[in-house]
Ligand binder design. Structure first.
Ligand code: SF4
Length: 572
């Protein structure tokens, strides 16, 4: 496997082979992006300047048939948090990169002209991309497919990335061909925009350079696991993550009205069950895989009354932050908001949180979906003053409007689980090196990190430091393997991953060795953040979540700042 360095200014492209004795040999995806950021990016640099680097890296298991393993991590210093950032994405292109023998692409410097990177059988080259300037992801992908072929893989940015907005995403095309998958969190699309790279286009490779040492042993580990996942996660194939709408509302922990409440009286209008029925009735699609080798298939395709595509895939976090959180209670509006977020290339979670603060400050009426759509399609797309206000995240708008209730940690908006109810999730938000990111250690209802341990009740503090710590370590391992975390960040899954990685790479790692990969990555990320000024002093939640009870649960977040500051001591 190779690392490819692309200097977007000098146009120089260098290949570095990752040999067995390379320090990068056992680093993939998040592990590799974070190590390179740590080693090569000055911690205090301007995230949008020439010293920052944008890295796209595949996981150690990407390219193999391990379930849900075709994901790419995008990493950089974040313009949103000013700390280290990794966000991962499925879709079509990851497997193509792996087949070309590419573990990572590193973009260096900045370019004054818009470019695209083309990867095909003849090599890798930077091409001028001025003709694509200002295009939304939907039209961009359509044009690129017209030029380079229907089956290409694409990573791209929309107008928000070109405008260097701190909530901008890096999009990838899904297996249906839509730009619906996003490395969404942390503004990595703005870094790609600063490098002036509009798209990375990958033509399908003829052969695969992925090596598998012992396929028989590999299958012994992965095949029963894939069958078990397909069987036990059927409910996610049927309803998608939207199923969480009703469940989280019943737990009284679904952020509602800018985190004032934890349940929504109109939840049945926008539940996963309602979405399922609507999709089926209109002839949309359910049970879709976003990337090759996914066996859970949680994605959907939503169409309008005439059967025309609105969006794919409408997910829980998007529906919560832009639905309950804004008191918008119709599915068509949510599908359109998701479509425009995907098109302009903006994080649906950060955007919904941002609008929630604006509504709380009286800038937009609660439930006004038309104004929200207008902000996306007109203001953000055209980089107006208002668009800049809404495109730079929760913290930015909160400070500009002098808001008292700003749901963010380390500059990143809090996701779709009220931390006053989901106590373990609250610990993850407060302590993750990534800011308030539920995917870093998703302590959702019923989630355990080991089948043999008791982590206490959902709403109680007992056991939640252990739960969040273990979930964060195991999730970091899965992120580094290129695996979707829906396969489960648990000790039991670590055992399966260990067998698979040993069979693929001819290794004899113990389960503890694999867990230590995760711990070492976290240490590397925390070390970078410390030097960047994102210190353990910032391990905390906003005051309002500690002072104001969520309704109707009447719960507050009660961990002390001192406890949260000491959270990572166990890593040493
Ligand atoms: S479970 Fe869902 S998010 Fe994960 S790889 Fe499959 S379709 Fe994509």
């Amino acid at each position: 496997m190779n690392i490819v360095r692309i200097n977007v200014n000098s146009l120089k492209i260098d290949f570095e082979e990752i040999s067995n004795d390379s320090k990068y040999y056992l680093l993939g995806a998040r592990g590799l992006t974070s190590q390179i950021v740590h080693d090569e990016v000055p911690p205090k640099c301007n995230p949008l300047g020439p010293e920052n680097k944008l890295i796209l890296a595949n996981g150690l298991l990407t390219g193999s048939p391990f379930p849900n393993s075709a994901r790419t991590s995008v990493g950089s210093k974040s313009p949103l948090t000013n700390g280290i950032k990794e966000a991962n994405v499925g879709g079509r292109p990851s497997l193509m990169l792996a087949k070309y023998g590419i573990r990572a692409l590193i973009f260096e410097d900045v370019s004054s002209e818009l470019k695209i990177l083309l990867i095909d059988e003849s090599g890798i080259e930077l091409l001028l991309g001025n003709e694509y300037k200002g295009l939304g992801n939907y039209e961009l992908h359509q044009r690129l497919r017209g030029i380079y072929g229907e089956n290409i893989g694409i990573y791209s940015i929309g107008p928000a990335g070109e405008h260097k907005m701190a909530s901008a995403t890096v999009a990838a095309n899904d297996l249906e061909g839509y730009p619906s998958r996003h490395a969404a969190r942390g503004g990595l699309g703005a870094v790609m925009g600063a490098k002036n790279i509009k798209a990375i286009v990958i033509k399908p490779p003829k052969d695969s350079k992925v090596k598998m040492h012992d396929l028989k042993k590999f299958r012994e580990a992965s095949t029963p696991f894939a069958k078990e996942l397909a069987e036990t996660k059927k409910v996610f194939s049927t309803y998608g993550t939207a199923l969480m709408m009703r469940i989280t509302s019943e737990h009284q922990g679904i952020p509602t009205k800018n985190f004032r409440m934890g349940s929504f009286d109109k939840i049945s209008n926008i539940s996963g069950e309602k979405l399922h029925d609507l999709v089926i009735a209109r002839g949309g699609k359910k049970n879709l895989a976003c990337s090759p080798y996914c066996v859970i298939k949680c994605s959907n395709l939503v169409v309008d009354e005439n059967g025309n595509h609105i969006t794919s895939s409408l997910e829980y976090e998007t529906m919560c932050l832009n639905g309950t959180n804004l008191l918008i209670d119709d599915l068509d509006s949510l599908a359109k908001i998701d479509h425009f977020c995907d098109d302009v290339g903006i994080d649906t979670i950060e955007f919904g949180g941002t609008v929630g603060v604006a509504m709380d400050c009286g800038k937009i009426p609660w439930g006004d979906a038309n104004s929200v759509l207008n902000i996306l399609d007109k203001e953000i797309r055209n980089n107006t003053e208002l668009g800049i206000l809404y495109g730079n995240g929760v913290k930015n708008i909160g400070e500009k409007l002098n808001a008292q209730r700003i749901p963010e940690v380390k500059g990143q908006g809090i996701s779709a689980y009220d931390p006053r109810v989901f106590k373990g999730m609250g610990v993850t938000y407060a302590t993750s090196p990534m800011g308030a990111d539920h995917t870093s250690g998703a302590a959702i209802a019923g989630r355990v990190a080991s089948q043999t341990k008791d982590y206490g009740e959902l709403t109680k503090n007992e056991g939640k430091f252990d739960l969040s710590f273990e979930l964060q370590v195991y999730t970091t391992v899965l992120d580094s393997m290129g695996c979707c975390y829906f396969i489960g960040p648990s000790y039991e899954v670590m055992e399966i991953v260990t067998s698979a990685i040993n069979a693929m790479y001819n290794l004899e790692l113990s389960i503890e060795d694999v867990i230590n990969i995760g711990k070492n990555i976290l240490k590397t990320e925390l070390a970078f953040n410390e030097k960047a000024g994102i210190t353990k002093d910032l391990n905390d939640l906003p005051k309002f979540l500690k002072q104001e009870p969520s309704e109707p649960s009447n719960l507050k977040f009660t961990f002390t700042k001192e406890e949260l500051q000491n959270f990572w001591k166990k890593l040493n």
